[in-house]
Design a protein around this ligand. Structure first.
Ligand code: 6PG
Length: 478
């Protein structure tokens, strides 16, 4: 077997297969391998004309067919299956070879694997890949971690196959060890928030206007021509206008209203709690999926809970649609601002040195949250790489401020009319919390000191204090 392939892919389910095809279409000689050889054969039979593939039945032949330093992309299920493939690969590889995990691994696993393999002289690159099947084939957004050294030889190939926006690849070096998978995880958290916000906007338009799914689809299509232009708004317009062939009803009306998840949103929220970063938009979106699936609770709630709502009369349809659009935009900025805070906090905690502007740049194309609006985020971080709050960037203060009255009207209207808008509402609460001169957290500190002697700090002098609540209420320095 001559070592002539420039890159290899093992795991040829749809994502792996499409990535392999993408490499081949870009002129690379691609070694391909799968646990069952039938999948490898079907790739060659059906897509062999995409380029130069080197199929192997055994892992040993697969590895032997690769040029050094070998670059092996592993595209199997996260968790145990990834470890199993790595264990099989390691004895066959040599110093300086690169294993790329392109699945949705949990970043602590990536940190562990990188550490283990570095000790054995190998590079382990945990890389986020977003864009689904279509993206993998035609250009995904790629978020590689691992060593800078590995990026020197691997990076140009990944940049080559990534999506391009204005000629710029949607792929860049993210940072050491688990940084790539971390950023992909936050991408997915933001994806959850974005989807929930869109769903709430749809519900407001549906209940507020009594509009049909197709009519709302047209509103989304219109929104997609402005500030909200994005893949998720575009597909929403499409989905809402789709008619179920069997019943002739709007497709969305025949889908069971219980949202599922594979776990990346949950990981993002768990990490937000660990870091103490309020990612309330992502958290509400994740919990909204959980609520939708809480069947017994929903049945009990539906049967027992009164609404006490008022009749909702919207006199100016266009003004209401514009209010919802502005509220959606503002809430979306909050969700992104929070997600970028989470990236900043993890970057400090793990010494990753992640460039947030570059992350917004590589999310402009190829990935699920791709949107014109990401240009504004990159520009904000170009103005100030250490921006403490994305919302406070001059562009976003203007854009959100412009819609503030509308945002308040929409959230108030939803509350009065009993329409659940957890992401819209909590985003507005975050906005008001983060801009508040003074928060009632002072009272919480006082309560903590009262029942647990947990101490507090004062506004007027340095130090930590405790009040003798059950004695003479004298204050002492702790
Ligand atoms: C992507 C997506 C993808 C994710 C799905 C499903 O960036 O291409 O984020 O990685 O697996 O969107 O996510 P849930 O099943 O958790 O909704």
């Amino acid at each position: 077997m001559s070592a002539r392939a420039q890159i290899g892919v093992t795991g040829l389910a749809v994502m792996g297969r499409n990535l392999a095809r993408n490499f081949a279409r870009h002129g690379y000689t691609v070694a391909v391998h799968n646990r069952s050889y039938a999948k490898t054969q079907s790739l060659i039979e059906e897509n062999g004309s995409d380029g130069d593939f080197v199929p192997s039945e055994s892992m040993a032949d697969f590895v032997a067919s690769l040029e050094r330093p070998r670059k092996v992309v592993v595209m199997v299920k996260a968790g145990g299956p990834t470890d199993a493939v790595i264990d099989e690969l390691v004895p066959l590889l040599e110093e300086g070879d690169i294993i790329v995990d392109a699945g949705n691994a949990h970043f602590p696993d990536t940190i562990r694997r990188e550490n283990d393999l570095r000790a054995q002289g190998l590079h382990f690159v945990g890389t986020g890949v977003s864009g689904g099947e279509e993206g993998a084939l035609n250009g995904p957004s790629i978020m590689p971690g691992g060593t800078r050294e590995s990026y020197k030889s691997l990076g140009p190939i990944l940049e080559d196959i990534s999506a391009k926006v204005d000629g710029t690849p949607c792929c860049t070096y993210v940072g050491p060890d688990g940084a790539g998978h971390f950023v992909k995880m936050v991408h997915n958290g933001i994806e959850y928030a974005d989807m929930q916000l869109i769903a709430e906007a749809y519900d407001l338009l549906k209940q507020g206007l009594g509009a049909s799914a197709a009519e709302i689809g047209q509103i989304f299509a219109e929104w997609n021509t402005g500030d909200l232009e994005s893949f998720l708004i575009e597909i929403t317009a499409d989905v809402l206008q789709h008619v179920d062939a069997e019943t002739g009803s709007a497709f969305v009306d025949v889908v069971l209203d219980q949202a599922e998840q594979k776990g990346t949103g949950r990981w993002t929220v768990q990490n937000g709690l660990d870091l103490g970063v309020p990612i309330t938009g992502i958290a509400e979106a994740t919990f909204a999926r959980a609520l939708s699936g809480s069947v017994p609770q929903r049945e009990a709630g539906r049967a027992a809970l009164p609404a006490h709502t008022q009749e909702w009369t919207i006199t100016d349809r266009d003004a209401f649609v514009e209010d919802v659009r502005l509220a959606l935009y503002a809430s979306k900025v909050v969700a992104y601002s929070q997600g970028f805070d989470q990236i900043a906090a993890a970057s400090v905690e793990n010494d990753w040195n992640i460039d947030r502007g570059a992350m917004a740049r590589i999310w402009r194309g190829g990935c699920i949250i791709r949107a014109g609006f990401l240009n504004r985020i990159t520009e904000a971080y170009e103005r100030d790489a250490d921006l403490p709050l994305l919302l406070a960037d001059e562009y976003f203060t203007g854009a959100v401020g412009n819609g503030l009255a509308a945002w308040r009207r929409v959230v108030a209207g939803a509350a009065q009319n009993g329409i659940p808008t957890p992401a819209f509402s909590s985003s507005l609460a975050y906005y008001d919390g983060v801009r508040a001169e003074r928060l009632p957290a002072a009272l919480i500190q006082a309560q903590r000191d009262f029942f647990g002697a947990h101490t507090y700090r004062r506004v007027d002098r340095e130090g930590t204090f405790h009040t003798e609540w059950s004695a003479d209420r004298s204050e002492s320095e702790a």
